[in-house]
Write a protein that binds this ligand. Structure first.
Ligand code: NAD
Length: 376
């Protein structure tokens, strides 16, 4: 039995709402019956970078509570204005640079958005909520399990695992988590952190492992796998994550952190094989057509071996657990990408293609343009 809500959001700001997880969160919240009595406004703030697309929020504008603002979380004037104009009492902060490989090419945008942007939001919230009681506002910062570094064959991350980020992406997220902690400890800002394993589901940009492999297989392009494909990841459906973020918002305790995971682990080779088989099945192709497209490329620099999560605190304190099973949901996910070719074309921006060419397309050993295994 889930504990009773301790906070009821009325005027919610969702940053990064046009991205993969953010759009699932916004859609989920607008559809919630239990949010309806108190929720008056959902304001999405998104800079629409190469990773953010309004098409992900299609249909949300039909809800009178929804407002979309194109803008940067680093723009202090804009952020302060939004807090004041919409009388924001709650924040789900998802806006981020999120792709590990991009952070290896250049970390600058990651430091700017993930560190400075989070600081700007925290500081605006602190000023806007100054004098409000702790139970009158909430700030939920959405983060990753990558802040904990890498595990070996055994063990799991818990909320008390020491931070040991290895990629510039993970380091920028770790820095933002620590800023959130400091704003709680120093100013009493009612903020909390969530750390989550790899997500999958509809509307994820095909730079990340699962949608990239599905679209490449469908288009008869190579399926590059880093190293020997031995890296192990835990996979959580994006709707389960969205449900967890709502639970953290309404039942989470400020100053705490919560880990969300599914317990479903696969190594990258197994995941690519599963996708390959599922795509062949959906397209009515000979089995192993897509497996024939798999090839191994030099490993990512500093590639973490394994991530795994103990989600028992979220279960105990938030009444949350993952409901969706990978076996069934991966089939649905493959079906969604194959059925939504127009979406795939819309989100494939020039910048997305540039990075694919520059990072994965330059060396023969990495294959041709448009390829590259990517974490997340
Ligand atoms: N995808 C995963 O598996 C995963 C797992 C754990 C945690 N996370 C975290 O969840 C959050 C969302 O991840 P995602 O996969 O949806 O990412 P995404 O890249 O799909 O979306 C990020 C969104 O943020 C927006 N954005 C980027 N910079 C911005 C800026 N300066 N100002 C305003 N908006 C900006 C983009 O336009 C985009 O809409 C991130 O904070 C990420 O670190 C993701």
């Amino acid at each position: 039995m889930a504990a009773m809500p301790t906070f009821r959001p009325t005027r919610l700001l969702v940053t990064g709402g046009a991205g993969f997880i953010g759009s699932a969160v916004v859609r989920g919240i607008l559809a919630r019956a239990d949010a309806k009595p108190s929720l008056e406004r959902v304001v999405v703030l998104d800079a629409l970078t190469y990773a953010g697309h309004e098409v992900n929020l299609e249909g949300c504008e039909d809800d009178a509570r929804f407002a979309f603002v194109e803008g940067d979380i680093c723009d202090r004037g804009l952020v302060e204005r939004l807090f004041a104009e919409h009388a924001i009492d709650s924040v789900l902060h998802l806006a981020a640079e999120s792709h590990v490989d991009r952070s290896i090419e250049s970390a600058e945008a990651f430091i700017r958005t993930n560190v400075n942007g989070t600081f700007t939001l925290l500081d605006a919230a602190r000023r806007a909520w100054d004098g409000k009681a702790g139970d009158a506002a909430r700030f939920v910062h959405v983060s990753t399990d990558e802040v904990f570094g890498a595990l070996g064959d055994t063990g799991v991350f818990t909320e008390t695992t020491a931070y040991a980020p290895n990629s510039p992406y993970a380091a920028s997220k770790a820095a933002s988590d620590l800023l959130v902690r400091s704003y709680f400890r120093t100013y009493g800002l009612p903020a909390l952190v969530t750390n989550t394993c790899n997500n999958y589901g509809p509307r994820q940009l095909p730079e990340k492992l699962i949608p990239l492999m599905i679209t490449n297989a469908a288009e008869d392009k190579k399926l590059p796998v880093y190293g020997e494909g031995r890296q192990i990841r835990e996979w959580l459906h994006v709707d389960d994550h969205a449900e967890g973020l709502w639970a953290a918002l309404v039942r989470g305790t400020p100053g705490e952190s919560y880990l969300f995971g599914s317990g479903e682990e696969l190594n990258n080779k197994q995941m690519v094989e599963l996708i390959a088989d599922t795509v062949d099945e959906h397209l009515g192709r000979d089995p192993s057509t897509s497996r024939g497209l798999m090839h191994y490329v030099p490993d990512r620099k500093g590639h973490d071996f394994r991530y795994a999560i103990d989600a028992s605190k979220a279960e105990r304190e938030l009444g949350w657990s993952a409901k969706k099973k990978l076996a069934a949901e991966l089939r649905e996910t493959v079906r969604w990408y194959l059925a939504n070719e127009a979406w795939r074309r819309t989100v494939s921006s020039e910048e997305h293609r540039r990075f694919q060419r520059a990072y994965y397309g330059h060396a023969e050993s990495r294959g041709t343009a448009g390829e590259g295994e990517s974490k997340r």
